[in-house]
Write a protein that binds this ligand. Structure first.
Ligand SMILES: [Zn+2]
Ligand SMILES: [Zn+2]
Length: 296
């Protein structure tokens, strides 16, 4: 990878702006993205993200990703802008793809260009490489950066989410009625989780500030959205409760001894905690998300 400067950077920004114009056509509800593919100054393909074939019947934008089975390989809702641009170039200019360069931009909620994080989309990275595109261009906080498509594909597969990652993740967890109501009321601020078969779609140690958890009430099926403030790991339920306090943690209002009992009574928890320890997930309920307060 290398950062561009001077005339090279100016030229790249020109094409990124063109990609941003393309992104205005995006109909995905989660994000608006645009992409153009350029060979020798000529745009040979372009695309924006929207449901496959533009079909409303295939729209998945509002389905939480973690409700999909582990075997579902692509959990994103729409066809990506880069995928579309590649298909467009393949159908209109197949002989010009070799040696071309792909530009990508994502728009924020107000329609302004959003600076990209590190490469992570392996769907697009391998498709770009396989189709013969030579370079992939992203606009980072530090400047416009060009990657060789082989390097881009390796980086995407080696991506690790961390605290400086600008994209947040969304998780889906089922929860019992009483703690659900306590989170909803704002009295429960610490959710206690241990890895079990039931929870295996969420790696609790990877949760980070700003991530979103959608809790679904086991009984009523109502949902609420909460933001992750932080995650702390403890060796057992006692050390968790001693450190986090029972008031913010237990929806039962019980003391530490009662809390330990109730945490260990959750199916699979006692065994799992012995092996893996237990996580305190500090959360804040989303207040401006009316859609989620009544269930979807
Ligand atoms: Zn979408
Ligand atoms: Zn992609």
């Amino acid at each position: 990878m290398r950062y561009l400067s001077g005339r090279e950077e100016e030229e790249a920004i020109h094409f990124i702006r063109t990609a941003a114009d393309v992104a205005k056509n995006a109909t995905c509800i989660r994000a608006k993205c645009g992409s153009v593919i350029v060979n020798k100054g000529e745009i040979i393909g372009s695309g924006f993200n929207s449901p496959p074939a533009g079909l409303e019947s295939q729209r998945r934008c509002s389905i939480p990703k973690n409700t999909y089975d582990i075997k579902v390989t692509d959990k994103t809702c729409c066809v990506h802008a880069e995928q579309r641009a590649i298909m467009d170039a393949l159908s209109r200019n197949p002989d010009k793809i070799k040696g071309s360069r792909l530009y990508f931009i994502r728009l924020d909620k107000s329609g302004n260009n959003e600076k990209a994080g590190k490469p992570y989309c392996t769907i697009c990275s391998k498709m770009a490489l396989d189709s013969g595109i030579s370079e992939f261009v992203l606009w980072h906080e530090k400047g416009v950066c060009v990657y060789d498509t082989q390097e881009y594909n390796s980086l995407s597969y080696n991506y690790k989410s961390g605290s400086n990652d600008k994209y947040t993740s969304e998780y889906f967890l089922e929860i019992n009625n009483r703690p659900f109501n306590a989170i909803n009321a704002g009295t429960k601020k610490i959710e206690v989780r241990a890895p079990t078969e039931h929870n295996k779609h969420v790696k609790f140690m990877e949760l980070k500030q700003g991530d979103v958890i959608i809790f679904e009430n086991n009984e009523t099926k109502n949902r609420l959205k909460a933001e992750v403030i932080g995650v702390r790991h403890y060796k057992d339920a006692r050390s968790l409760l001693e450190s986090e306090g029972t008031l913010k943690t237990l929806s039962s209002g019980g003391n530490i001894e009662q809390g330990i009992k109730s945490i260990n009574s959750i199916p699979g928890y006692e065994e799992s905690i012995k092996l893996n320890g237990v996580y305190a997930i500090e959360i804040k309920r989303y207040v401006n998300n009316k859609d989620f307060s009544t269930g979807l």
